[in-house]
Design a protein around this ligand. Structure first.
Ligand code: NAP
Length: 452
């Protein structure tokens, strides 16, 4: 192996994938990285998850662009592992494979009525307003909604609450899709209720995100001071959250068009409705000594037309790879994938949410991916990777061509990026996203699409 560079496939081009590629290419050993991605576009949740009104958070993509410029890096988009290439192919064509596929689905509440029309995963709305090409056909029927209930108290719940409350002036300068801007601005939502199962001191959201709610032009934030009484914050974030919540509780409502209610100690026990969502049944909770929510018998019904559950993401098993159903992650030791017997699978690694679960901020993935890459390089240096006579870029390209895959390389993504930015610039927006597969592939392949 010493007479040629180490060849590594990284599967999934979100933050964990880019940071893994970056760590490999900065390690000072000869290495080639193919970053494989199912979509024609890179950056994972930075493009398709981070709220469009958070351009500063999205600007981490500049660091990914720098990584992509390094010699030895290739982006191979529009390739689905499990369909176009299989793990067995990767195991043959690369010295090592790093899976950084994130958490592809959402957690469920497992309550009656969860599948009624009008009951959605928050992640579906997020993917839709961010222009994910697989979610553009969804119709949330926002026009029917007067009250929307968002279940959960994490940052995704706050993103959804906030996005639904933004005014046209707040939405216009963002890269939210035109369809989403039209639907949100055209809706007559009066009230958005965030329902947290535990108390204000246990909320998962972070203070800057909570504080933003108080700055919205078109929505008052309403908190019941009684729900804050006796709260015992256990860390600085909780302390700061509590201070912001106390401020909200003391503010007189200013009669803005929308009201955001933050309610604590409530769990939905059923989503109600015949044909579609008509309300939620909530039970009041108390906390036990381990700070877990325990239902009291006290119930109430809250009428609403839409429910978004925002109770966490969940990883999905990859064919041919071990998977822990309980945690929704690939069993691993610091990123070395473990077989059912507990032994490392030679040459197979993981990073990011599929390694540790859906937690932390974007930067958390840097440390996480670096840890994985250090072990990978240690294994390579110690001769623990199997010899791979077929591990060449030409062999990968030949197999993809044989299978008729329309690979989108980095230049293809650069063409998509340039087209989106050019349209955005004319409108004073960071970009206007192409959000169908046809538009994306046509732009990547240099085929002109009808101008807007
Ligand atoms: P999260 O932070 O894990 O929050 C999940 C929330 O759902 C928690 O409040 C949790 O309450 C609640 N929950 C779980 N199961 C529930 C159930 N059965 N019924 C009612 N509530 C339930 O997850 P997330 O909001 O999806 O965010 C994922 C990660 O991305 C987080 O690390 C987040 O910080 C990050 N993120 C960051 C930003 C940002 O920085 N701006 C934006 C979006 C996402 P319990 O605490 O009681 O379990």
């Amino acid at each position: 192996m010493s007479d040629r560079p180490l060849r590594v496939a990284v599967v999934g081009s979100g933050p964990a994938g880019f940071y893994a590629a970056g760590a490999l290419l900065a390690a000072g050993v000869p290495v080639e990285v193919d970053l494989l991605e199912r979509l024609p576009t890179p950056w994972g949740l930075v493009r398709l998850g981070v709220a469009p009104d958070h351009p500063k958070i999205k600007s981490v993509s500049r660091a990914f662009e720098k990584i992509a410029e390094r010699p030895g890096f290739r982006f191979l988009g529009n390739i689905e592992v499990g369909r176009d290439l299989h793990h067995a192919d990767l195991a043959r064509l690369y010295d090592a494979v790093v899976y950084s596929v994130g958490a592809q689905t959402d957690r469920r509440m497992d309550i009656p009525g969860e599948d009624l029309p009008g009951s959605w995963a928050a992640t579906e709305l997020v993917a839709w307003y961010n222009g994910h090409p697989d979610y553009q056909g969804l119709d949330f029927e926002l026009g029917r909604a007067r009250r929307v209930v968002v279940v959960g108290a994490g940052n995704v719940a706050l993103d959804v609450v906030r996005m639904l409350a933004l005014t046209p002036e707040e939405l216009d300068p963002t890269d939210t899709t035109d369809a989403a801007i039209a639907a949100i601005c055209g809706a007559d939502i009066e009230e958005i209720v965030m329902v947290a199962r535990r108390g204000p001191a246990q909320a998962a959201f972070t203070t800057p995100e909570l504080s933003e709610l108080g700055e919205l032009a078109g929505a008052d934030v309403i908190v019941d001071a009684g729900e804050l009484e006796g709260a015992e914050p256990k860390d600085t974030n909780a302390e700061r959250n509590l201070a912001v919540l106390q401020d909200y509780a003391s503010r007189p409502a200013q009669g803005k068009a929308k009201r955001i209610l933050l309610r604590f100690f409530r769990s939905p026990t059923a989503i109600l409705g015949e044909e579609r969502v008509e309300g939620v049944e909530l039970v009041r909770n108390e906390l036990d000594e381990n700070l877990r929510a325990v239902a009291t018998g006290e119930r109430e019904t809250l009428g609403c037309e839409l429910v978004f559950r925002s109770v966490g993401y969940r990883g999905v098993a990859l064919p041919e790879l071990p998977f822990d159903e309980r945690t929704g992650t690939i069993p691993n030791d610091r990123g070395r994938v473990l077989a059912p017997d507990g032994e490392p699978v030679p040459g197979v690694y993981c990073a990011g949410w599929i390694k540790r679960g859906p937690s932390g901020v974007i930067g958390t993935n840097k440390k996480d991916a670096t840890e994985t890459v250090e072990l990978l390089l240690e294994d390579a240096g110690a001769g623990r990777l199997e010899p791979k006579p077929d591990a060449t870029a030409a062999a990968v390209d030949a197999l993809l061509a044989e299978r008729g895959v329309r690979v989108v390389e980095y230049a293809g993504w650069a063409a998509i990026d340039a087209a989106e930015r050019a349209t955005g610039e004319k409108l004073g927006r960071p970009r206007v996203k192409l959000c169908t597969w046809d538009e994306l592939l046509a732009a990547a392949e240099g085929v002109s699409t009808p101008s807007r």
